[in-house]
Design a protein around this ligand. Structure first.
Ligand code: 4AD
Length: 490
C-alpha cells in the first residue's frame, strides 16, 4: 500500500499530465540503449582479413615494446584482450617522445596486411595520443625476465605481464566453461554466504570476523557483545549452505571465495582461494559423484582453447585433452591405495612418512599414486571415518566413509567430495564423535528431519585447476592478488 502511495500522481493534477511531466523532467538522465565501446584488439583481429575494409580504426592500450628503424617505428600495443597484442607501424616523423614501454595510448589508423612475420595484420598509424606517460627508468615492469618473487612484490603491476594476463584470461574462460557445463546438467547457480557461524571442515582454520572497534577485542563467545547473534567467521566451504539449497532445488553449484587460516607455505595453499562446489540430491553411490567430477573436468577441458603466452604449449593441452576425453580415470579405495604404498615402501623405503592404514596420505604418497603408480588422475575413495569431517556418509563396514579425493599428477588433491550422511541418527552420532554442539547445528540436522534425501557433492580448488591446466606450478601465480600467511600487500 505504502509503496503504491509513493508513485501515485498528486490529487491536484490530471493523472496523464503528471506522468508526462515526470518523464520530461527526468529524460535527460537516461542514456540511449547500446554500448559505445570501441572494438578490442582481439575483436578487430578476429575479423577475416578480406572483410576488413580500409576504414579508420581506433586502438587503445599500453605500449609493450617500441622498436625504432630508419624510416618507421614498430610498437606492440596490448589491451589485454589478445596475448600477442597488435603491431603498430608509425612514421618516424610522428613519434612523441613519451611513447615508451608501459605508456597508455590511443592510436588512430587503418588495419593493413602485414609484410612482416609474426602477424597477419598491423595498424598503419595516422594519429598518436599518449594518454598516460610511463617513466621507463622507474617502471617496475621491465622487458627482461623478472623473478616470480619480484612480481609478487609488485602485485598491482604484475597483471601487465603477458603470463599473468594470460592466466587471468584463462580463469575467465574456465569460469565460462564451468557455468556452461553445469547449465547443461540443469544445475542452478546459487550464491552462498561468505560470513558463517560454522566451521564446515572442522579443521579449526577459520578466520573470525569482528567489527573494527575496541569492543571487538572482547573474548570469543561473549554473546552480548557480538555484532551478530553469535561468533562469525569467513567461510571455509559453502557446502553446508549448498546442502540446504539442494534440499529444494535438487542440483546447485557455486564458485565462491573461501578462506582458511592455513599456515602451511606450500605451492598448493592460499589463505584466500576460490572453490567450485556442487551439491545434488538423489545420488546413489560415491561413484555417481566421481562420475560428475570426471565429466565436469573433461567437459571444461573440451571447452577451452590454448593461449600462446602461457607456459603450456598446444601439445600440453592436447595431451590433457586426449587423456581426458578417451580414458576412464582410475578409481581405487584408500585401503587398496595404502596397500600399494606399503608394498612400494617395503621394497624401496621411498617415503619419509611410512604409509599405514588409518593415517592421512601425505603429499609424497599422493604424488607417487598419481604420477608413478597410475600415471594420471586417480580417485581415491572410502577413507577411514576418523580422518574425515563429520558430514560424510558412513559405509556399511562402519569404519570408512563414502568419500573421495581426486589426485592429479604434479598438482596433488584437486577435488574432495562425498556422499553426505542423510540418516539423522547416524549424523547426530558423528557430530558427537567430532565434538560438535547439536544445538548449534540444529538447522543442519533439520534438513534430515524434513524430507531428507540421499545427496552428495564436491569442492574443487579453482587455483589448483588453473595450475593443472596452465602448467603454472605455484597457486600464488594462479590468482591475481594472492594472500597467504604473513603476506597481504594490497
Ligand atoms: O577437500 P576440501 O577441504 O573439501 C571441502 O571443503 C568440502 N566441504 C568441499 C565440498 O564437498 N563441497 O577442499 C576442496 C578443495 C581441495 O581439494 C583443494 O583443491 C581446494 O579445495 N583447497 C585449497 N586450495 C587452495 N588453498 C587452500 N588452502 C585450499 N584448501 C582446499
Amino acid at each position: 500500500m505504502f509503496l503504491r502511495g509513493c508513485v501515485t500522481t498528486p490529487a491536484t493534477l490530471p493523472k496523464s499530465l503528471a506522468v508526462r511531466r515526470l518523464f520530461s523532467s527526468s529524460q535527460k538522465y537516461f542514456a540511449t540503449a547500446g554500448t559505445s565501446l570501441p572494438q578490442t584488439i582481439r575483436q578487430l583481429l578476429a575479423r577475416p582479413e578480406s572483410s576488413q575494409p580500409l576504414h579508420p580504426v581506433e586502438v587503445s592500450g599500453w605500449v609493450k615494446s617500441v622498436r625504432r628503424q630508419k624510416n618507421v617505428t614498430f610498437a606492440v600495443i596490448s589491451d589485454g584482450s589478445w596475448a600477442p597484442g597488435m603491431q603498430a607501424v608509425l612514421s618516424n616523423t610522428n613519434i612523441p617522445k613519451n611513447l615508451t614501454n608501459g605508456a597508455s595510448v590511443r592510436l588512430g589508423g587503418t588495419l593493413v596486411k602485414s609484410l612482416g612475420a609474426g602477424q597477419a595484420q598491423e595498424l598503419r598509424v595516422d594519429t598518436v595520443d599518449v594518454l598516460g606517460d610511463c617513466d621507463p627508468e622507474t617502471y617496475p615492469i621491465q622487458k627482461q625476465a623478472l623473478s616470480v618473487e619480484y612480481l609478487r612484490e609488485n602485485a598491482h603491476l604484475r597483471p601487465r605481464t603477458d603470463a599473468v594476463a594470460s592466466m587471468l584470461r584463462l580463469r575467465s574462460e574456465l569460469h565460462r566453461a564451468v557455468h556452461g557445463f553445469f547449465e547443461g546438467q540443469d544445475f542452478t547457480h546459487v550464491h552462498t554466504p561468505i560470513l558463517t557461524s560454522s566451521d564446515c571442515e572442522g579443521a579449526g582454520e577459520t578466520f573470525r570476523v569482528v567489527p573494527n572497534t575496541a569492543q571487538s577485542t572482547l573474548p570469543e563467545g561473549d554473546a552480548q557483545e557480538e555484532f551478530f547473534s553469535k561468533p562469525a567467521y569467513l567461510t571455509v566451504s559453502s557446502q553446508l549452505h549448498l546442502e540446504a539449497l539442494a534440499s529444494s532445488l535438487s542440483r546447485v553449484y557455486t564458485l565462491s571465495p573461501c578462506f582458511r587460516a592455513e599456515r602451511s607455505q606450500t605451492s598448493r595453499h592460499l589463505a584466500e582461494f576460490w572453490m567450485l562446489e556442487a551439491e545434488w540430491a538423489f545420488t546413489r553411490s560415491v561413484d555417481d559423484v566421481c562420475d560428475l567430477v570426471e565429466a565436469c573436468l573433461k567437459g571444461v577441458l573440451a571447452r577451452i582453447t590454448p593461449d600462446s603466452s602461457l607456459p603450456w604449449s598446444d601439445g600440453r593441452l592436447r595431451s590433457l585433452l586426449n587423456a581426458g576425453q578417451y580414458d576412464a580415470w582410475a578409481r581405487m579405495t584408500y585401503t587398496d591405495a595404502v596397500a600399494e604404498l606399503e608394498r612400494h615402501h617395503a621394497s624401496s623405503r621411498a617415503f619419509e612418512f611410512e604409509p599405514k592404514w588409518g593415517r592421512s596420505l601425505q603429499s609424497e604418497h599422493e604424488r607417487w599414486l598419481s604420477e608413478s603408480f597410475i600415471g594420471g588422475p586417480v580417485f581415491v575413495t572410502d577413507y577411514p571415518a576418523s580422518l574425515k569431517p563429520f558430514y560424510m556418509r558412513l559405509n556399511d563396514d562402519r569404519k570408512t566413509v563414502a568419500c573421495f579425493d581426486l589426485l592429479i599428477p604434479h598438482v596433488g588433491e584437486l577435488v574432495g567430495g562425498s556422499l553426505r550422511e542423510e540418516r539423522l541418527d547416524y549424523l547426530v552420532a558423528s557430530m558427537k564423535t567430532h565434538g560438535l554442539d547439536e544445538e548449534e547445528y540444529k538447522w543442519y540436522t533439520d534438513l534430515r528431519r524434513f524430507g531428507s534425501a540421499p545427496h552428495g557433492g564436491f569442492g574443487m580448488g579453482f587455483e589448483r585447476l588453473v595450475s593443472w591446466l596452465s602448467g603454472i606450478e605455484n597457486v600464488r601465480e594462479c590468482i591475481a592478488m594472492p594472500r597467504w600467511a604473513k603476506r597481504m600487500l594490497l
